[in-house]
Design a protein around this ligand. Structure first.
Ligand code: CA
Length: 241
């Protein structure tokens, strides 16, 4: 479960954030000033911090700098009532990963939080091996095996499969795949995604069928105008007849 820290002095906003994030399955801590936030951050580790810039004690930008020094991997999303462009730039230069201007919509905030945590977990996935059916993906070694035969994938095909595997059994949108496998500044055609999926399917099927008996590999389902899903094979129950 992702660990979130909310740093917000306004009682009403803080409560709204804590309950909305909690309802979305995050574990949430709440601090109402900068000193408290830095103290909490020294004792625990957080995946993401929602940081109000207008705090009663320390300037939020300073809190952001110190947080990033303590926990460089922590994602900081700044909440600010300041609309001045210079403030936003200063916020991002202090190490913040993103910012939202108050007033903000809760749905927008939740979408940003989800997107940041998803990107972070794709990075984490890189060290974890994935096995389903007779497909094994070892991102640390960048190896893809079907049964015990190595399948040669192109770098983007490998990344795409690893990304789908990081949410196996779940729909992954085209936007998420484009953002994570290419990058968020990709301005080319998203047709490139379909081409890579087709190549990936072909290579996996070819590898599976070349074995005797043919290997079982999870299939990639197309979700029209939405994205793709790597299907999880249901394992036969252990000890069943
Ligand atoms: Ca405030």
């Amino acid at each position: 479960m992702a660990e979130l820290l909310v740093v917000e002095d306004e009682e009403k906003i803080g409560q709204l954030l804590v309950s909305a994030l909690g309802a979305n399955g995050y574990s949430v801590s709440w601090c109402q000033d900068g000193a408290g936030a830095l103290a909490v951050a020294r004792t625990g580790s957080f995946d993401l911090v929602l940081l109000d810039l207008g705090l009663p004690d320390v300037d939020g930008i300073e809190v952001c700098r110190m947080l990033k020094r303590q926990q460089p991997q922590c994602i900081v999303v700044v909440l600010t009532a300041r609309r001045d462009e210079m403030d936003v730039i200063e916020g991002l230069e202090s190490g913040a990963d993103d910012y939202l201007t108050k007033p903000f919509r809760m749905t927008e905030l939740l979408a940003r939080v989800r997107a940041h945590l998803r990107r972070a977990s794709v990075g984490e996935f890189v060290s974890e091996a994935f096995t389903n059916g007779e497909l094994t993906l070892d991102p640390a070694a960048r190896r893809c095996l079907v049964r015990d035969r190595e399948v040669a994938l192109r770098p983007k095909e490998f990344d795409l499969l690893a990304r789908l595997a990081s949410e196996a059994g779940r729909a992954v949108t085209r936007e998420a795949l484009m953002d994570d496998v290419w990058d968020r500044n990709w301005f080319g055609s998203t047709k490139t995604l379909d081409v890579h999926i087709a190549a990936l399917r072909h290579r996996l099927a070819e590898a599976a069928e070349s074995l005797e008996p043919p290997a079982r590999v999870p299939v990639i389902t197309t979700l029209r105008s939405h994205g793709y899903r790597l299907e999880i094979e249901v394992e036969p129950p252990v000890g069943g007849q």
